[in-house]
Design a protein around this ligand. Structure first.
Ligand code: FNR
Length: 379
């Protein structure tokens, strides 16, 4: 199949990846209602079609935290990407660099900050979870700043991991013997992936975390470490601790409530990502796009607002901008493309988004993404 859309890349990833990995990317928590709402609420928003407005010159360029982006899109932090393609984070980071958009590296990525920075020729945005072991956190922050990471995404919506039924059934988190056997058989049924990733893509550790404890060898060891080390006692006061150790922009990822957004302003962070973690945490909360306008209205003039959740096309990107975001993060869109076709897949998917955004701008009469606003929406 010649992929024409993000959903085509999803289908290609479904064919190429073992089920345990495809479901890990694709799934959400509990009944997956919020995951569905992220997509459905974007689809339900209607753009205004405008005509005769000279759209021969369209500018998609935007500025975020002193960086120029060729379009208002950022690759979201996605854990374990080195399992979807060989050294997956490096491939996606190169595709992002070529497209002129930032790549974010997850704390729980396979490749280290240094490996990604060297492969892409530019340092990624770095994503951090609040970990109980503050010595470890301080070390990682130091490494991210030494590597030149231009921004810190501080993810705050995971004081504990949401239950994802697909991962439990497939043995993603803790595997019993039967699940191990079925994973092995499934691996053999996906020889392209087996050769590219399993046999030639190692080491398969979580590179940024590996230094935290010598006994961490397998992905299962790492899940156990994460379970023990994510810090549910974190409060707004902890931002000061991060600020002391991180001099660049701090962007809180996972804000969904107006009162929390106001608190983020009061604590002096530089930006927020309006996000429900792609419907992977608390099922039943609002979609990103539903929460965005009220947050933008309350604090949009006081910090940078990004959003994510359900963005599957350039049309969705314009809808997010029209609803108050300065840019969107995309998660599954790039994870699927990476799983399907590696760096080339991510690069092509970004071209698709750009083409779709261009079309949406032309037909809404929006000639500059920085001027997108509620006037583009049909209410
Ligand atoms: C994520 N997300 C995520 N977020 C984060 O801060 N750190 C992480 O390690 C991960 N890991 C992760 C793995 C996978 C497989 C997915 C799909 C998502 C959440 C991610 O950054 C983003 O918020 C959502 O993916 C956005 O929703 P869409 O674009 O996937 O619908």
């Amino acid at each position: 199949m010649r992929p024409a859309s993000v959903s085509d890349y999803r289908e290609l990833a479904r064919r190429r990846l073992p089920r345990v990995l495809f479901d890990y990317i694709d799934g959400g928590s509990y009944a997956e209602a919020t995951l569905a709402a992220n997509v459905d609420d974007l689809n339900a928003l209607t753009l205004r079609q405008r005509v005769m407005r000279d759209v021969s010159r369209l500018s998609m360029q935007t500025e975020l935290f002193g960086q120029t982006l060729s379009m208002p899109v950022v690759l979201a932090p996605v854990g374990l990407s080195g399992m979807y393609a060989r050294r997956g984070e490096t491939q996606a980071a190169r595709a992002a660099k070529a497209a002129g958009v930032p790549f974010s590296l997850s704390t729980v990525g396979v490749c280290t900050i240094e490996e990604v920075a060297a492969a892409a020729g530019t340092a990624p945005w770095f994503q951090l979870y609040m970990i109980k072991d503050r010595g470890f956190m301080a070390q990682v922050l130091e490494r991210a700043s030494a590597a030149g990471c231009p921004a810190l995404l501080f993810t705050v919506d995971l004081p504990m991991p949401g239950a994802r039924y697909r991962d439990t059934r497939n043995g993603m988190i803790a595997t019993n013997v039967a699940q191990k056997l079925s994973q092995a058989i499934d691996g053999l049924a996906h020889p392209g992936w087996l050769w590219d990733v399993q046999l030639n893509g190692g080491p398969h550790t979580l590179g940024n975390v590996a230094g935290a404890a010598a006994e961490l060898r397998t992905i299962t060891d790492f899940w156990a470490w994460i379970g023990r080390n994510f810090d549910p006692s974190v409060t707004w006061d902890d931002i000061a601790w991060v600020r002391e150790r991180w001099k660049g922009p701090i962007i809180l990822k996972g804000v969904l409530d107006v009162e929390d957004a106001a608190e983020a302003v009061a604590r002096g962070v530089d930006g927020i990502v309006v996000s429900n973690h792609g419907g992977r945490q608390l099922d039943g909360v609002a979609s990103g796009i539903a929460a965005l306008p009220r947050i933008a209205e309350a604090v949009g003039d006081r910090l940078t607002i990004l959003m994510d959740g359900g963005v599957r096309s350039g049309l969705d990107v314009l809808k997010a901008l029209a609803s108050g975001a300065q840019a969107c993060l995309i998660g599954r869109a790039w994870a699927w493309s990476l799983g399907a076709r590696g760096e080339a897949g991510v690069g092509h998917m970004l071209q698709i988004l750009r083409g779709e955004l261009r079309m949406a701008m032309a037909l809404t009469g929006c000639t500059d993404v920085r001027a997108a606003g509620p006037h583009l929406l049909d209410r």
